[in-house]
Design a protein around this ligand. Structure first.
Ligand SMILES: Cc1cc2nc3c(=O)[nH]c(=O)nc-3n(C[C@H](O)[C@H](O)[C@H](O)COP(=O)(O)OP(=O)(O)OC[C@H]3O[C@@H](n4cnc5c(N)ncnc54)[C@H](O)[C@@H]3O)c2cc1C
Length: 480
């Protein structure tokens, strides 16, 4: 399988390997600036392939497929390093690594994997096609209309309309579709490896991220049935596996956001007027957000393993995804403001950060939906609790559930929560059964920040997180 991989890249230790990746980026992007390439309009495929040949995606490829030794740290680091060169760079890395390569390796058969790897490591790679123009992305598993139908045992007819795929126009798309049987859409969702020749597309004129190439993609063709990648044979497991793809990628996404935070911190220092005390205060807050981002980055490095299932980490994945993107977006907006008019000049290294980053708060699950889901997962028994016969009493207070939930206890490094009187009184005052859809979003935000709060001992980060929790409590009360 590893005919397309330079063996030397596998022999390097982590430090050598990562510095080799940095070197490859520096040659194309001149040490963290983007002046050698205008990412606001394009990224040359030849240059991108050159960086991939230096091993950019190898940490996503397990040893048994000819990749690097199992290391979550290396996965997070390549995303982080890419992010420190700009938003589109890390997004392309994340799409090809986490949304295409990992699902392909997890669910594909040998022939599908071989074909996919060839296109990823020797070609333009691919994208993951889930969202559709006519249905809600938030409710995609339920509403998805794209389908495949067996014409005979070797052929399927695929009818799919998908929009906003990163890496559109590249070698292939992994298209999510439902199986159609006897004229009806079933609940079986599969991925289909659809090579470029079967896809027509209309280029999407996006506001930013031009280098990631977005399009509305259409397939209406008969294709070989061997391209169907079954997530599972059973209906119920199919949905679970579909969700699992996003759990891993949401947990890993913090590699991208942390790198982008570095890009923001590094560049804003060069361009802002830090002698004005208010500006200095805002710069300090960006540094604090960087500290918060580091808590999440470390969480993924320490608690996720590329070879182990993450199906038990849905709540944690939603926390990491929503908070990492919310905070990075806030930092990007502040940074842009601090540049004054320069922040509006096309071609300035900082001018596109906020606009390029905004969709991170929408894709892979819009944040507000994820906050509501965090509350739902918190208020239900976990798989372990169910096995132990534990049931969650819906009349319990948020506080009672919080102290019984081991997902909050296991990672605890401090006991600060009990010292914040107004927070404790809020948690004790509200019960699980009183939450409507709006309140769930705000309690989800509070729980997400609590999850970070108990992982830090830094006074500065504690103060910052408690301030934000207090704002969430005000929002909750305002909406009650
Ligand atoms: C730059 C970019 C890149 C993308 N990349 C890809 C890709 O590579 N592949 C792909 O298939 N798709 C991709 N998408 C599509 C993306 O995944 C969807 O846009 C996303 O899932 C949201 O779906 P929607 O646009 O239909 O919004 P909707 O589902 O209509 O939601 C709209 C808004 O309603 C609110 N909302 C929805 N549900 C809830 C809830 N339960 N609680 C509270 N508020 C809620 C949120 O504010 C949300 O933003 C991309 C989109 C963008 C903009």
């Amino acid at each position: 399988m590893n005919k397309f991989i330079n063996g030397n890249l596998l022999k390097m230790n982590t430090e050598e390997f990562l510095s080799n990746i940095k070197k490859a980026f520096n040659e194309v992007f001149s040490n963290g600036n983007i002046e050698k390439i205008n990412l606001m309009s394009y990224l040359s495929e030849k240059k991108w392939l050159g960086i991939k040949k230096c091993g950019l995606l190898l940490p996503f490829l397990p040893e048994k497929f000819g990749g690097r030794k199992n290391s979550q740290f290396e996965i997070q680091e390549v995303l982080r390093i890419a992010g420190s060169y700009g938003v589109p760079i890390t997004l392309r890395t994340g799409i090809e690594g986490a949304l295409v390569l990992q699902p392909l390796l997890e669910y594909g058969n040998e022939e599908q994997i071989e074909k996919g790897l060839e296109m990823i490591f020797n070609g333009e790679g691919g994208g993951l096609a889930i969202t559709e123009p006519e249905t809600s992305g938030s409710a995609i598993a339920k509403e998805m209309q794209s389908y495949y139908e067996y014409v005979d045992e070797n052929t399927v007819h695929v009818k799919a309309d998908k929009y906003w795929q990163g890496n559109s126009q590249s070698d292939f798309l992994l298209i999510a579709a439902k199986e159609k049987k006897e004229g009806k859409l079933s609940k079986i969702i599969s991925l289909i490896l659809v090579p470029r020749e079967y896809i027509t597309y209309d280029v999407l004129n996006s506001e930013g991220l031009k280098a990631v190439r977005y399009a509305v993609n259409h397939v209406d063709a008969e294709i070989p049935a061997r391209y169907i990648i079954k997530l599972s044979e059973s209906k119920a497991n199919c949905l679970r596996e579909f969700q699992n793809i996003f759990i891993r990628s949401r947990l890993q996404l913090v590699g991208m956001t942390h790198g982008i935070m570095e890009y923001i911190v590094k560049n804003i220092k060069k361009y802002s007027k830090s002698d004005i005390p208010f500006v200095k205060g805002e710069l300090d807050e960006i540094e604090t957000i960087y500290g918060v981002s580091k808590i999440m980055y470390d969480y993924t490095c320490d608690n996720v393993d590329p070879e182990k299932s993450v199906s038990d980490k849905l709540m944690e994945a939603n926390i990491i995804k929503s908070l990492a993107t919310e905070y990075t977006y806030n930092a990007a907006k502040t940074a842009q403001k601090l540049l004054g008019a320069k922040g509006f000049e096309a071609g300035h290294p900082m001018s596109n950060v906020a606009i390029d980053f905004r969709p991170f708060t929408i894709f892979e699950g819009p944040n507000d939906m994820l906050y509501a889901e965090i509350y739902d997962h918190f208020s239900k028994a976990t798989a372990v609790e169910k096995k132990e016969g534990i049931r969650i009493n819906k009349n319990s207070t948020i506080y009672e559930r919080f102290i019984s939930d081991r997902r909050f206890e296991n990672i605890s490094v401090n006991n600060i929560v009990n010292k914040v009187d107004d927070l404790i009184s809020f948690l004790k005052h509200h019960t699980l059964n009183e939450m409507d859809q709006i309140k769930k979003v705000f309690v989800g935000k509070i729980l997400a920040r609590l999850f970070l709060l108990i992982q830090t001992e830094s006074d500065n980060l504690i103060k910052f997180l408690i301030r934000d929790i207090r704002k969430d409590i005000l929002d909750f009360e305002y909406n009650s």
